[in-house]
Ligand binder design. Structure first.
Ligand SMILES: Nc1ncnc2c1ncn2[C@@H]1O[C@H](COP(=O)(O)O)[C@@H](O)[C@H]1OP(=O)(O)O
Ligand SMILES: [Mg+2]
Ligand SMILES: [Mg+2]
Ligand SMILES: [Mg+2]
Length: 337
């Protein structure tokens, strides 16, 4: 393999995402069974968020101590007397996923390694410890998402999707998939239960009449009435597949749906880099194109957010241009950008 194979980073990222995914599943089981964590707690998903970030940051730090991390969470609310109860739970859960146990101080330090500001220069990891918190709470889709960005370019992505069926055609079958991609090396899926990786590719759609598109479950995250108009214009007749988290990128990458539409609901919201880094590389490596609503590539060099992009449109390379045309017609009927 070449010098840029990222073989070590790939192996460590897989280990970190698997460990964090297991911790998230443990939190969910405890939440449902009402053992140590109950629905009366402030926020079970918050506990899972912190624990998963601690697990990933800790494993990354062991192998790549100099690498900064752009993580969604910080440890502010876990400090002091006010944070004691939550801190103790997070410590127990994080340590359940780690070989080398953390103490309280190290836990806080480890979570706060995720506060890096991002930017255009150097190596950095982008981490969403639980993407799709709403899906997690509903027992539906969520993902642990980790990416390596070098000089503003996403080079590697690993996503753990504990509730995603291995085979979309068998929704009641085994669940728990890991998606892995390195720039220039393709896109892969494996089960949580086996290390065998299978290459995946987007469906090479000939006719959009047979296609379906996916979008967020949450109408507050993506404009669902505009997406219905876009789908109509493209001749898509199937109902949208609504799913939380970057599982949408994973689904289209293996051909479950043809298009992912994320249409801005507010002019001020800036998408976060950890919400798109790993998923967008997976789609490009699986034969797709990912852009914003104007057809502009996502720019991961602007800090913690995609400050210069608006929304996300992902589709097979063959149809992406047509999708952007339809998006433009619906969102900007006057032709103004
Ligand atoms: N107004 C918004 N527009 C788009 N995405 C949003 C908005 N508000 C929050 N999000 C983010 O969308 C992601 C979930 O997307 P999806 O609905 O596709 O699962 C979350 O990371 C969530 O951030 P947060 O973690 O702060 O809640
Ligand atoms: Mg997220
Ligand atoms: Mg999150
Ligand atoms: Mg969040």
């Amino acid at each position: 393999m070449s010098a840029l194979s990222f073989a070590a980073e790939r192996a460590v990222a897989i280990r970190a995402v698997l460990a964090a995914s297991n911790v998230c599943q443990r939190v969910f089981t405890k939440l449902v069974n009402g053992e140590t964590i109950t629905k009366k707690d402030k926020s079970p998903v918050t506990i899972a968020d912190y624990s998963a970030q601690a697990v990933v940051n800790s494993i990354l730090h062991e192998s790549f101590p100099a690498d900064p991390i752009v993580g969604e969470e910080d440890a502010k609310d876990l400090r002091g007397e006010a944070g004691r109860q939550m801190r103790e739970k997070v410590l127990e859960l994080a340590n359940s996923g780690l070989e080398k146990a953390l103490n309280e101080d190290l836990l806080l330090e480890t979570i706060d390694r995720g506060t890096f500001a991002g930017g255009a220069k150097g190596r950095m990891w982008a981490l969403d410890p639980i993407d799709g918190t709403k899906g997690f709470l509903r027992g539906e889709q969520f993902a642990v998402c980790l990416a390596l960005i070098v000089d503003g370019q996403v080079q590697l992505g690993v996503m753990g999707c504990p509730n995603l069926p291995i085979d979309a055609a068998n929704q009641d079958g085994e669940k728990g998939c890991l998606f892995i991609t390195v720039k220039g090396q393709g896109a892969f899926q494996r089960n949580f239960s086996s290390s065998k990786e299978t290459p995946i590719a987007m469906g090479d759609i000939q006719s959009l009449a047979d296609a379906s598109f996916c979008e967020s479950v949450e109408s507050g995250h993506s404009n669902q009435s505009e997406s219905a108009k876009i789908a109509h214009l493209l001749g898509i007749t199937k109902a949208p597949v609504r799913m939380d988290s970057q599982c949408k990128y994973c689904s289209i990458s293996r051909g479950d749906a043809a298009v992912y539409l994320r249409l801005p609901v507010s002019a001020t919201y800036e998408e976060k880099i950890w919400d798109h880094a790993s998923g967008s590389l997976l789609v490009s490596e699986a034969g797709g194109i990912v852009s914003d609503v104007h057809g502009k590539p996502l720019d991961f060099s602007k800090g913690r957010t995609l400050a210069t992009n608006s929304g996300v449109i992902a589709a097979h390379a063959r149809i992406h241009g047509r999708v952007i045309e339809a998006v433009q017609k619906v969102l900007f009927p006057e032709g103004k950008l």
